[in-house]
Every structure is written in C-alpha cells, then in structure tokens.
Design a protein around this ligand. Sequence first.
Ligand code: SF4
Ligand code: SF4
Length: 436
Amino acid sequence: MQTHFPKALLEDPDMAQSEKILRACVHCGFCTATCPTFLLTGDELDSPRGRIYLIKEMLENDRPADARTTRHLDRCLSCLGCMTTCPSGVNYMHLVDHARAHVEKTYVRPLPERGLRAALAFTLARPSWLRLGLRLSALARPFKALLPKRLAAMLALAPIEIPKASDVDRPQVFPAQGARKMRVALLNGCAQQALDPGINEATARLLTRFGVEVVVSEGAGCCGALAHHLGKTGTSRDFAARNIDAWTREIATGGLDRIVINTSGCGTTVKDYGFLFRDDPLRAKAAAHVASIARDVSEVLAELAISWPAAAPRLRVAYHSACSLQHGQRITQEPMALLEAAGFEALSVPEGHICCGSAGTYNLLQPELAGALRKRKVANIETLAPDAVVAGNLGCIAQIAAGTNLPVLHLVELLDWASGGPKPAKLSGLTYLPKY
Ligand code: SF4
Ligand code: SF4
C-alpha cells in the first residue's frame, strides 16, 4: 500500500512503525474472509482491510479520530484472525494498538462511555475492587430486564456465586514434588483471581506435581492487556513495568526458567513486552528477556514431556481454541495433544478459527456483536454433543458458559483432575470418575 506520511510525522517511532506495517498490506482482502465482524455485518469497514484504510487516513493526515473511525475500530475484536490469514505478514496487532492509543488521545467519547471504559480498566485489573463490583452486581440481578443492554450483558457474565480469594494468589513459593525440573513464575493475573481462582490453584497443583517449582512473585499482577486494548497505553505500561521489575528481581534472586501464563489473552501481551518497551532505556533489555521466557501453560506442560497416568475417564471434550492462543501465539497443537495424552477424547470445534466474542472487554462494550458470535460458537460446539468444553482463556470460558448448559472448564482443571487433583466442581453433574 502506498503511503504519504509527512517526514516530520515519521520521526515519531510509533508512526514510523505503523507506516511500515501499512506499506506491507497489498489490499488483497484475503483477511476479510476470516474476520468475524465482517462475517456478521458484511460492511467493508468492519473488515481488517477496511480498518487498515481508516487507520491510514487518520494517521497519515495526523488528524483526530472521528466518530466513524472510532466506531469501526471499537468493533474490532483484536482476535488477530486476520494476521493468521494474511499472506503478506501485516502486523495488524501493532497497527490497531497504535490506532487505539491515537483514538484514546484524540477522540472525546460521550461521558457515560468514558466513565464505563475507565471503570472497566480500573476494576477488572484489581481483584478486590472486582469482588466488590460482583457483590453490587448481585444486588442488581433481579432488575436485569430493566437495565441497559451493556449492564445486562455484564450481569450475564458475572458468576452467581462469588468465589472467595484464594491463598494461592499470595506471593509465595510452591516447592516441586520430587526432583526439581524447572522453576517458574506464575502470572496469577487480575480478573481471574476474582472470577475463577480455581484455575490458578489447579495450575499450581499440576505443575508442582510434575516437578516444577512455582513462584507467585511479590509485585507482579495484571499484565496490562485490558487497559492496552482500551487504548490506555500509560496504564497498561505501568502494569507491564511492575511485572517486568518483579520478575527481574525474581530472576536475580532465585532464577526463573519460565514465566507461566494460564490466560492466553495475557500471554499474548506478556510475549509482546519486548516490543512495548523497545525504546525504553530503563527496561528494554529486561522486557525482552521476560518476553523470551514467557510461555502458555500448555507449552510448559508439553515441554515437560509428562508420562500421564492415563487415569482420566474418556470424557468427550470439545476444545475451544482461544484466538489469543491460536492467532496471537500460534499455539494450536499442544492443548489437544495434552488432553489426548491424559486420556480424554479431544474434539475440534467446527469454525474453530472464529472468535467466541469474548475478546477482553469486548463482550461488555459490544454486547450485540459479541452475543451473535457466542451464539454461533455455542451452536458449533453443541453439534459435537460433548460432555464438556475446555479452553485456555478465562474470558472465553465465561463467554461460552453464558450461552450453554455444558460445563466449560480451563484445560488445567481437567489435566489436574486426570493426574490426581480434585474433580472440578463444574463436572459435579457428571458421574464419570477418574480411574484412581
Ligand atoms: S482482529 Fe479480528 S475482528 Fe479485528 S480486523 Fe482482524 S479479524 Fe477482524
Ligand atoms: S490479507 Fe493482509 S495484505 Fe491482504 S488486505 Fe488483509 S491485511 Fe492487507
């Protein structure tokens, strides 16, 4: 694509980076075929190619974002399906991230919209505030039918029973069982601590059982992804910097072989810390190192080459591949292979490349499009008639669970159960038992 950025604009490294990305696009339109929002609306401006044109127009002319550009960028899920499809290697992720930051700086959203976005960025990143929000939302549940669509969508995703804070999320060290094969830091995250702390508990049990020392580092927490996708670059950098500093201290004191992430949306962001801090004289090196040892939990389990005890019941499990895992991190084989190795029957979901509509805060901010994508995803899952659904990202788990009666679990919960951990409460309706 030809670009005409004034020279002075290209002195800004972010602008220069975006111009380079724009020039790689050859307008072929292959990406439109796999873009979930284009599939739903049929509007070129809701396709990657259409958005790329809007971004080019906005950045090249150094003009403030307008309502039309903001609307179509807001409708983008950042699912990165377009990056998997693009034959020219266009880095849509970095382009849309820059465009979102530009929108945040230059477009004045209506006050309620600004308030909602600020509240989400603040609350979701702080587990104790999120727990408080969940308690308040429980009071509003009886009046759901009277609430605006967005608030009703939030209630639909909130757990009915609010889990207690877990001890696992305090800074501490979980020793490996038997000979230590690896020492890792677990990113215990933010919203996951409040919404489903059992996932971090299962991760710690599973890894330590197979010889991994697991550290929850003092000072580490939210990865910054939620704020990043809202265009709040300063906030997301602050969160990322705290993690980089915390893990750098951990590396200096006890050493770390890996940083383990069990929420793939966070994993995509942590693996990009090197890029985010590329021009930061204080943290560029440390950020690049942190990114280089960051792994999804499925990658670490695969690396451990575990001999699974083959104790799992032959449950039929539909594997939902989160976009952040398959498109963001290009991890497609490991989770299915782990499920099969542990004794489950792993089933691929038809149209598996299409997003479920979760996408960070997308299902809260764009409930109609997110609801249509959930319906499509659940219909595809239910054609398999599985016993359960499994995914590697809390956002997808909550999104899919809100549209089906099937139990929806995290991969580590099933693998933990299959190797001696407790039966996940979500499977209490099933009579299968492991062969222990
Ligand atoms: S990230 Fe997803 S929704 Fe956004 S343009 Fe690409 S394919 Fe479409
Ligand atoms: S597939 Fe790639 S090169 Fe083709 S229009 Fe989409 S982003 Fe541009």
